[in-house]
Design a protein around this ligand. Structure first.
Ligand code: ADP
Length: 500
């Protein structure tokens, strides 16, 4: 292997020595060595300086005692790093001088004895190897410094909060964004643990998460939690935490990235509150309006029957209209009440058999089914944890619509469902007129009645209810075209508790 691993040319060595005998010993030793060396000799400081002004050696071997001064003068000025390695030669008993030279930046020293000088090839080889290692270490240290500098810049300028935590949870470092998020200075945070700035109700969750990443059950943590701001406010953060481990595998520290999501949470809560109020409003209005409507319809019915064939045609027509419009209004109230109920019913303790609920729904729709002349084909149906009332609303609406809209030739109506892990999909298919593509999304909005519905009475609430049930249970509802024509309604719901 060449003496310079990355360079096949023999190393250039400058020997600064005024003793012709010593130079001759060194030259002979080098000539006898296996690896060649290019040797230049300078007999004084002045000659060496002149040579160095034109060349840079791979190594310099410098005698301390030179005719025009001390060889140490060739060492780099204090505070600067040497650009090439220098090995000092000193006489026996003059080691203190050599130590001074080492402190001044020399790589090594050697004692001028015939035995040592004849071993100069090994000394050169070792010096070049040591120098190579030093250069490599400097390069690695430089790269490390650069990467630390980069991390420090990211840490101090990041828009997201960043914290470095000891395995005990104590905060070791916090960046300006984290300080602003929690309202503390970095010094104040360094006197606290992450638990102390976490909302009391989220501390157990936080502890559990940290335990899991510390004992390696999980690689990293990603969760939303509440923190306590210095001024007592609750602030929401999305935290991602992972551990940095030392070579022995022990956790050295944890790094957390915290995104301020307080505003999003506030808006979500406001939206939930608005929805709750809207549901309560719809519920109250439809309930309270239904109360006087029932006797109004009853009296109109009574008058109709009481008049019988008497009375003029105009009055009888008016009464018919009162009953007809009143019944429409009643249907609307019922539908709106059902819609308002969605989202307020607790999940059942046990899974509900959807086949059984479908049978009940079909019994309720029996009159319409018989009148339509359509047949129903029921396939596999799963058990799922969804309030029975909501499952009933799904079937009432989807099967009811298929029976109403498919037309005499739109059968059979096929109903089936399946589970895949936590996801449950229910499907109701007919072979009726289908739904124009432009309307397929809009039919799920409240009060929207499609072109297929214009000839029939309806409220436009049914599919909005189906969509709301699916959405509030982590899924969605949509319609596809049945191959060959017709509508295929699909509802997906998440039911992780029953997942097999
Ligand atoms: P409604 O039936 O009271 O109009 P829905 O919300 O249940 O309200 O349905 C919205 C619209 O979707 C209906 O007006 C109808 O145009 C269309 N629709 C629903 N189901 C079907 C179906 N199976 N085939 C064709 N059109 C349908």
């Amino acid at each position: 292997m060449p003496l310079l691993p990355n360079n096949p040319t023999p190393p250039l060595v400058l020997l600064v020595d005024d003793s012709a005998t010593q130079v001759a010993v060194i030259r002979d030793a080098l000539l006898a060595a296996a690896e060649p060396v290019r040797l230049s000799v300078a007999g004084s400081l002045a000659e060496a300086r002149a040579w160095l002004a034109r060349n840079t050696p791979d190594l310099a071997i410098v005698d301390l005692q030179l005719p025009d001064g001390n060889g140490r003068e060739l060492l780099p000025p204090p505070g600067t790093s040497p650009t090439f390695p220098i090995v000092i030669m000193t006489g026996q008993g003059n080691e203190t001088e050599a130590v001074k030279a080492l402190k001044g930046g020399a790589l090594d020293y050697l004692i001028k004895s015939p035995v040592i000088l004849s071993g100069i090839p090994y000394i050169i080889e070792r010096a070049l190897r040591d120098w190579g290692n030093i250069i490599e270490r400097h390069r690695a240290e430089g790269a490390l410094r650069e990467s630390e500098e980069r991390f420090r810049t990211v840490f101090s300028t990041a828009a997201a909060g960043m914290v470095v935590l000891a395995p005990s949870g104590r905060i070791l470092q916090a960046n300006p964004a984290m300080c602003a998020f929690l309202g503390y200075s970095e010094e104040e945070l360094q006197q606290r643990t992450i638990a102390e700035v976490t909302h009391p109700e989220d501390r157990a969750l936080t502890q559990q998460g940290y335990d899991e990443i510390l004992n390696r059950t999980r690689e990293s943590l990603h969760y939303e939690k509440r923190y306590l701001h210095k001024d007592g406010r609750i602030v929401w953060g999305h935290a991602s935490v992972s551990c940095v481990r030392a070579v022995d595998g022990q956790t050295s520290y944890c790094v957390g990235l915290v995104q301020d999501i307080s505003e999003r949470r506030r808006m979500e809560e406001a939206l939930r509150e608005a929805n709750r109020e809207l549901d309560a409003f719809v519920h109250t209005v439809s309930h309270d309006l239904r109360a006087p409507l029932t006797p109004i319809l009853g009296y109109a019915q009574y008058l109709k029957e009481h008049l019988g064939g008497d009375g003029d045609a105009e009055s009888r027509h008016c009464l018919d209209q009162i009953v007809q419009q009143g019944e429409r209004m009643l249907a609307l109230m019922e539908d709106l009440l059902d819609l308002a109920k969605v989202g307020h019913l607790p999940l059942p303790a046990e899974p509900v058999d959807s086949a059984e609920v479908l049978r009940e729904s079909m019994a309720g729709l029996a009159g319409a089914i018989v009148a339509s002349g359509l047949t129903l084909q029921v396939g596999e149906l799963p058990c799922l944890r969804l309030p029975r009332t909501l499952l009933m609303q799904l079937f009432d609406n989807l099967v009811g619509n298929a029976v109403r809209y498919a037309g005499a030739t739109g059968g059979p109506i096929e109903i089936h469902g399946e589970r895949s892990g936590a996801l449950v999909r229910l499907q109701v298919r007919d072979h009726g007129p289908g739904i124009p593509e432009a309307e397929r999304e809009r039919i799920f909005t409240l009060f929207y009645r499609g072109s297929t519905g214009s000839a029939l009475t309806g409220t436009g609430v049914g599919l909005a209810t189906v969509e709301k049930i699916a959405r509030l249970h982590g899924g969605r509802a949509w319609v596809e075209e049945t191959p060959g024509g017709g509508s295929t309604f699909c509802v997906e719901l998440l039911d992780p508790l029953t997942a097999s």
